[in-house]
Design a protein around this ligand. Structure first.
Ligand code: PGA
Length: 251
């Protein structure tokens, strides 16, 4: 059965000492908690080794926010999937809308990244989601389907089964404007149907689909109560332990 997961996406926030302190605080808070979901933090590359040192990954999983589309070589400034895996991290966010929008990530580069992540034992948290114009002109279901088909449907059913998906409507990210629980549920059900069409019902039923976009303690419970919403990918609210724990405890 699919897992419930709450994953933090710290983005480009915190220095190493600040990040280590936040990770420790979250790890401590989780130790005593009766949590009903897996909890993960995805942190900047520079933080991975130090954070891995201070958390118990049986309690709090660790991930990166990206990885390169090549294994090694002359790619100045890039960080490869084997490098991420060597820090002890187990997850990697791929295809975040900020990477697609500001760094030109395409389905083609994402296929390479997903393959390298899986080869190195990392669980991709693969992001999909429409922009405001596509929400307003009613093409959002097709847009999200195309993102899945183009970047992921080259995978075998076995490999697809290793992914976590995150539906993040771009218009809801960092804007304070959350999708309604109904909008999220409709899209998550659509995504599950798209997966079922290609890989069958069992793979679809076993895929965790997280919601992301201005998720906070006050709206998490309503979102997570929907049958097809299996947790959240949390940006801003992951930067304060109390807010993040409020979301974790929404399950
Ligand atoms: P937000 O970001 O929670 O700050 O809207 C979510 C994300 O981009 O993953």
């Amino acid at each position: 059965m699919r897992k419930n997961i709450v994953a933090g996406n710290w983005k480009m926030n915190t220095t190493v000492p600040e990040g280590v302190a936040l990770a420790k605080e979250v790890n401590e808070a989780l130790k005593g908690a009766d949590k009903k979901c897996d909890v993960v933090i995805c942190v900047p590359f520079t933080h991975l080794v130090s954070v891995a040192d201070v958390i118990d990954q049986n309690v709090l999983g660790l991930g990166a926010e990206n990885c390169a589309d090549h294994k090694s070589g002359a790619y100045t400034g890039e960080v490869s999937a084997p490098m991420v895996a060597s820090t002890g991290a187990k997850y990697v966010i791929l295809g975040h809308s900020e990477r697609r929008q500001y760094y030109g990530e395409t389905a083609e580069t994402l296929r390479e990244k997903v393959a390298l992540a899986l080869e190195n034992g990392l669980t991709p948290i693969f992001c999909i989601g429409e922009v405001l114009e596509e929400r307003e002109n009613g093409t959002y279901n097709e847009v999200v389907k195309a993102q899945i088909v183009d970047a992921l449907f080259n995978l075998s059913a076995e490999d697809f089964g290793k992914l976590v998906l995150a539906y993040e409507p771009v218009w809801a990210i960092g804007t304070g404007k959350t999708a309604t629980a109904e909008q999220a549920e409709d899209m998550h059900a659509h995504i599950r149907a798209v997966i079922a069409e290609k890989y069958g019902k069992e793979v679809a039923d076993n895929t965790s689909i997280l919601y992301g976009g201005s998720c906070k303690p006050s709206n998490a419970a309503e979102l997570f109560a929907k049958p097809n919403v299996d947790g959240g990918l949390i940006g801003g609210a992951a930067l304060k332990c109390a807010d993040f724990m409020g979301i974790v405890n929404a399950f």
